[in-house]
Design a protein around this ligand. Structure first.
Ligand code: ZN
Length: 308
């Protein structure tokens, strides 16, 4: 990407809609450094990191979740993941459904679930959300053609039988997603979808880590955004300041993933954007968690950037 003028995000319009965003700590896992940093391929070190899910609330369109984090106690995954789960030592005493309920929100009130991608630490347990429609990146469809248990060795859990699923295909200019919307560049990202068609929430094509990997950009206050960057990278040092390269061990398409990280870096440099990775461990202490909303915190963080 050229290091030209920084991109500008769409301005607020009159009567601009915002969303409320809440971070949920949906379990933790051990992440080996060799999966995170390219300079740590030979290391045995690693760290315990959170898996964040996000509740996003719109006053007209209701509640959605961006990712579901881990399954409770790491149970109920396809057997093909057994070794992976041991390596990553999943710790999830309360899953997303528990956390919502503790905060007085019924899982039945969630009308949409967006998966950034289909890895085990993001898909959680869909069966808690029977009323929700699932939204995923189009390239993930192929992976779900051979799910567990129909394919006993598959690491991909079949979706519940009556699950409605919408795939977002970004490739052809007009997104194949009902109702049909235009895809437009958004900040440093080439393809963004205005999810509610009012500028409050955008889904971004953020490829590289996994087929169809999505990020989300939420407008949480006037000219103030939070970028939920999911697994574009797995540690803050990869985007801020960004001196450590992402590992060749953990990305479906490494070159594309590195381009995506460059886009995250550009967004991070914008003074009206705060980035949160799904496994950004520092954020656990820095940001408020559900039932507190992130909006004020994001506004305060962007305020610090603006005053520099
Ligand atoms: Zn992950």
């Amino acid at each position: 990407m050229s290091e030209g003028r920084p991109p500008v995000l769409p301005s607020d319009v009159s009567g601009q809609k915002f969303v409320s965003v809440y971070a949920l700590h949906a379990g933790s896992l051990f992440l080996p450094d060799r999966e995170v940093f390219d300079d740590a391929l030979d290391s045995d070190t690693g760290s315990k990191v959170p898996s964040f899910a996000f509740l996003i609330e719109h006053d007209q369109h209701g509640k959605l979740l961006f990712d579901l984090g881990l399954r409770k106690h790491g149970e109920g995954y396809p057997p093909a993941l057994k070794e992976t789960l041991q390596l990553f030592t999943v710790d999830c005493p309360h899953d997303v459904a528990d956390i919502l309920q503790d905060g007085g929100i019924s899982p039945n009130s969630i009308n949409t679930i967006i998966y950034s991608h289909l890895h085990f630490d993001h898909v959680g347990d869909l069966t808690h959300f029977p009323a929700a429609e699932l939204v995923i990146g189009g390239p993930a469809a192929e992976i779900m053609e051979k799910p567990y248990p129909r394919y006993p060795d598959s690491p991909w859990q079949e979706f519940p039988r009556h699950q409605t699923v919408r795939y977002i295909h970004f490739d052809d200019g007009v997104v194949r997603f009902a109702p049909s919307r235009n895809v437009a560049p958004l900040g440093s990202f080439e393809r963004g979808l205005d999810f509610y068609d009012d500028g409050s929430l955008y889904l971004l094509d953020a490829p590289g880590h996994f087929p169809g990997h999505l990020a989300a950009l939420a407008r949480v206050a006037p000219d103030t955004f939070v970028l939920l960057a999911a697994d574009c990278c797995h540690n803050r040092l990869c985007y801020s300041p960004g001196e450590r390269l992402i590992s060749r061990e953990n990305y479906h398409d490494l070159d594309v993933a590195r381009e995506t990280v460059d886009k995250v870096k550009v967004m991070h440099r914008l003074e009206n954007v705060v980035v949160i990775l799904a496994h950004e461990k520092e954020r656990l202490d820095e940001m408020p968690l559900f039932p507190k909303a992130l909006n004020r915190w994001v506004a305060a963080e962007t305020g610090k950037k603006r005053s520099r």
